[in-house]
Design a protein around this ligand. Structure first.
Ligand SMILES: [Zn+2]
Length: 148
């Protein structure tokens, strides 16, 4: 019976590190060291994955071939944030976009450097990287997308 269930209140300490993984690690290092987007290629399916994967999600082949993906893509979806991750109102709304890149399966989500009224789906944008020497192999090495 439900009233026989014991319970207690308390805090459960949890600490963890989320790693980028084998493919994600190289993806981030390519951005840091070479300022370029690299995906993995499945020759069997003729598909480039971006972000890269180490296995093809269609044929399950291990992927060892890397292909550079152009820095320019197209906005596929948009969302606008009015509060930060603590629920505090932002001084100005932040526009986030899912950008897909020609010839690649997948996409990247990041800020767009425009006010929300100027952003639309189908808009061509390019990646703006943090300047060389300031990059740290993190997704924040990409500063934002800007219109082409
Ligand atoms: Zn495949």
């Amino acid at each position: 019976m439900a009233d026989e269930v014991r319970r207690w209140r308390g805090d459960m300490e949890a600490y963890y590190i989320y790693t980028a993984g084998v493919a994600g690690d190289r993806f981030l290092r390519e951005i840091r060291d070479n300022g370029r987007l690299m995906g993995t290629y499945c020759p069997r399916c003729d598909v480039i994955y971006l972000p890269p994967r180490i296995y093809c999600e269609t044929c399950f082949s291990e992927l060892n071939e890397w292909e550079e993906v152009p820095n320019k893509g197209v906005i596929d979806a948009i969302t606008v944030a009015y509060v930060n991750d603590k629920g505090e109102r932002l001084p100005q709304p932040l526009v986030w976009a899912l950008v897909r890149f020609p010839g690649a399966r997948g996409g990247l989500v990041h800020f767009v450097s425009l006010p929300e009224e100027d952003v639309r789906e189908g808009m061509e944008v390019e990646v703006v990287y943090r300047r060389t020497g300031r990059r740290e192999a993190a997704i924040t090495d990409i500063l934002y997308f800007k219109p082409v």
